[in-house]
Design a protein around this ligand. Structure first.
Ligand code: NAD
Ligand code: IPM
Ligand code: MN
Length: 359
C-alpha cells in the first residue's frame, strides 16, 4: 500500500478557496481507491504568515518540503499588503531550490467549455507548454544604482546555462515523442536577443538530432502569441524560456476557456526532491473572499499530482469527474459563464467522483 506524503500550501487569496476544494477531492478519492493513502500536511505559509513572522516561508522551508513526495500549492500573493517581489521570491525559491526545472502546462479545450476563439471544437486545441522553471529571465541577477536620482540604473540579467537549456529542451522533445503528433515548437526571440536566444536555438537544433521522430520547429515569440490565437490547433508541445513560458501559458489558458481551468506541474524529473502542483492562476485579489473562484484548475492540478505519483487510476477518476461537471453544465463557475460558487463546483466534482465510483 502506497502512502504519499503531500505538503499542502494553500497560500493567499483564492489559493485558499480552491485548495480547500482540491483537498476534499483528494480525501474523497482516498475512500474510493482502497490502496491509496495520502498524508496531507498543511502549511499556512504565504502573505498572512509574512505579516506575522516577517517571512513568506520559514528559512528552512526547502528542508521541510524535501521530506514530502509532492507539494500541492494554491497561490502566493497579496499585492495590496506585501510587496509582490517579496512574495514571489518565496515561490521562485521553491521552484529553483527543489530543482523543479520542467514546468508543464497543458492547454486542452474540454467538452462543455467554450473557447473565446470562434469555431473551436472540443479537443481541437490540445497542446502542452513546457516552460523552463529555474533560470533564464527569472534568474534574479541584477541590481539598482543611484536610486531615485536622475542617473538611476536598473539591470536585470537573464541567465541561460548549457546544462539548464539542454535539460528543458530534452524534456520537451521526450514529451513530444510520446504524443501522437510528435511535434515540438521552440519559442524564442533570437532575431533580437543575439546571445541568450541564439544560444537556445543552437541547443534546440543540436538536441533535435537526438529525436529524429519529432518534427521540430522554431518560432519567434511575438508570432507564437499571434498563432496561439489565430491557429492554436497547430501546436502540440511548445518549449520556451521561463518568462516566455509564463506569458504564453496565460494566453493558452484563456483560449481553452479560462485561467480558472488551467493546471500546472513544476516537475523535478529526478524525483530526488518533490515536485509541486498548482493552478496557473494567482491569488486573484479582485475576487478573493467572495467564494466565486473556479476551483477546477486546482482540482486538475491534483490530477497531475496523482498521475506523477503513479496513481494513474485515481488521476483518471478526478479528470472524469471534472469533465462530467463541465459537460453537464449545471454547476459552472462565473468565469465559465455559470453562477455556481466555488464550493458548489467542488461539490459537483465530488458527486461525479462518487457516482462513477459506485458504477
Ligand atoms: P491572477 O491569476 O490572480 O488573476 C488574473 C485574473 O483572472 C483576475 O481577474 C482573476 O479574478 C481571474 N482569475 C484567476 N484565477 C481565477 C479562478 N480560479 N476563477 C475565476 N477567476 C480567476 O493574476 P493577477 O491578478 O495578475 O495576480 C494576483 C496575485 O497573484 C499577484 O500577487 C501575483 O503575483 C500572484 N500570482 C501568483 C501565482 C502563483 O502563486 N503561482 C500565479 C500568478 C499570479
Ligand atoms: C505563474 C506566476 C508566477 C510566474 C509568478 C507569480 C512568480 O505568474 O506561475 O505563472 O511568473 O512564474
Ligand atoms: Mn503566470
Amino acid at each position: 500500500m502506497a502512502t504519499h506524503r503531500i505538503a499542502v500550501i494553500p497560500g493567499d487569496g483564492i489559493g485558499k478557496e480552491v485548495i480547500a476544494e482540491g483537498a476534499k477531492v483528494l480525501r474523497a478519492l482516498e475512500r474510493l481507491e482502497p490502496h491509496l493513502r495520502l498524508r496531507l500536511t498543511r502549511f499556512a505559509w504565504g502573505c498572512d504568515w509574512y505579516r506575522k513572522h516577517g517571512e513568506v516561508m520559514p528559512a528552512d522551508c526547502l528542508e521541510v518540503l524535501a521530506r514530502f513526495d509532492a507539494i500541492y500549492l494554491g497561490a502566493i500573493g497579496d499585492p495590496a499588503n506585501v510587496p509582490d517581489t517579496i512574495a514571489q521570491h518565496a515561490l521562485l525559491n521553491l521552484r529553483k531550490g527543489l530543482d523543479q526545472y520542467a514546468c508543464v502546462r497543458p492547454a486542452l479545450l474540454l467538452p462543455g467549455v467554450r473557447s473565446p476563439l470562434a469555431g473551436q471544437a472540443p479537443g481541437a486545441i490540445d497542446f502542452i507548454v513546457v516552460r523552463e522553471n529555474t533560470e533564464g529571465e527569472y534568474a534574479g541577477t541584477g541590481g539598482r544604482l543611484y536610486r531615485g536620482t536622475p542617473k538611476e540604473v536598473a539591470v536585470q540579467t537573464s541567465i541561460f546555462t548549457r546544462a539548464g537549456t539542454e535539460r528543458i529542451i530534452r524534456y520537451a522533445f521526450a514529451l513530444a515523442g510520446r504524443r501522437k503528433r510528435r511535434r515540438l515548437t521552440s519559442v524564442t526571440k533570437s532575431n533580437v536577443q543575439q546571445y541568450s536566444m541564439v544560444f537556445w536555438d543552437e541547443v534546440f537544433w543540436a538536441v533535435a538530432r537526438e529525436f529524429p521522430d519529432v518534427q521540430a520547429e522554431s518560432m519567434l515569440a511575438d508570432a507564437a502569441c499571434m498563432n496561439f490565437v489565430r491557429a492554436p490547433e497547430r501546436f502540440d508541445v511548445v518549449v520556451a524560456s521561463n518568462q516566455f513560458g509564463d506569458i504564453l501559458t496565460d494566453i493558452a489558458a484563456a483560449i481553452v476557456g479560462s485561467l480558472g481551468l488551467a493546471p500546472s506541474a513544476n516537475i523535478n524529473p529526478s524525483r530526488a526532491l518533490p515536485s509541486m502542483f498548482e493552478p496557473v492562476h494567482g491569488s486573484a485579489p479582485d475576487i478573493a473572499g467572495q467564494g466565486i473562484a473556479n476551483p477546477l484548475a486546482a482540482i486538475l492540478a491534483a490530477e497531475m499530482m496523482l498521475d506523477f505519483l503513479g496513481e494513474r487510476r485515481g488521476a483518471r477518476r478526478i479528470r472524469r469527474a471534472a469533465m462530467a461537471v463541465l459537460a453537464e453544465g449545471k454547476a459552472l463557475p462565473a468565469d465559465l459563464g455559470g453562477q455556481a460558487r466555488t464550493a458548489e463546483v467542488g461539490a459537483a466534482v465530488l458527486h461525479h467522483l462518487r457516482e462513477a465510483g459506485r458504477a
